[in-house]
Write a protein of this length. Sequence first.
Length: 276
Amino acid sequence: MKELSGKKLAAEIKAWCVDEVKKLKAETGSSPHLLVMQYGEDAASKAYTNRIAKNCEKIGIEFEYQQFKDDPDAFLAKLKSANQDPEITSIMVQQPLPDELKDSLEMINPKKDIEGITSASLGKLFAGYETLVPCTAEACMEILDYYEIPLKGQRAVVVGRSNIVGKPVSILLQQRHATVTMCHSRTRDLKAELQNADIVVAAVGRPKLITAEMLNEDSIVIDVGTNFVDGKLIGDVDFDSAAEKVKMITPVPGGVGTVTNQVLMRNIVKSFKNLH
C-alpha cells in the first residue's frame, strides 16, 4: 500500500501562493483581501476561521473577520457592501446559518466566491467553463494528479452527493474522461459498486462507513471524511484495515484536508486576479 500524503503537495501550493501574492503586490500595490462572515457563535466555525486567518497571515493575504449576532439585517447589509467593495476580493460565509439567512450564500459575488458554492459558480463548473471550484473537490483532483494517477477510462465511484464535494468531484472526474458512478448512504448495495472501482472518493460524512472487505486490491482510495469520534479525527474509510488491502489511500488527517486548506488560499489569489 502506498500512502497518498497531502503534506508535500500542500507545501508546494502554499509556496506558489506566497510567490504570487508578492508579485501581485509589486504589480498592483495591493494584496488579496479575504472577508470571513459568521452569524452566531458556532465554535467549530470559529476554530476553522482562526485556522484560515493563520494561513492568510503566512501567505500575505489580508484577513478580515466579522461576526454578527441577532441582527440578520446587518449581516445582509455587510454582505451586499462587500460584494461592491473593490478592496474586498474574496468572501467566505461560514456555516451553519439560520433558516432566514441560508439563501444569502447566493448573494455572494461569483468572482469573490472562493468556495465555489453559488449556483453561478457550480453552473459554470457543470457546463465546463473556467470557474472557482469547491476546494475539497479540487483537492481530490490535485492529489490524483500529484501522484500521477491516470484517470482516462478508469472506473471511479464517488460516495457522497453534496454540492461541495460529491457532485463537483464527479464532474471533474468526468471532464478527465473517467467513468463515474455516484453512490451515497442509501445506495442499495454499496459493496458491489465499490468492488468494481479503480478509484474511490469517500465523501459521505459517516465514520468508517467503507471497510476493507468492500474494496478491491487495486483500488485507489481518496478519503474526504472528517469525522470526530472520541476526540479523534477519522475518515469515511476504515483506514487501518483498508491500508492493508488497497493499492493507495489518503490518510486522515494529513491527506485531502491538508491540501484543501491551501487550495482555499489559491482560490483567494485567483479571485484577486479575476478582479484585476
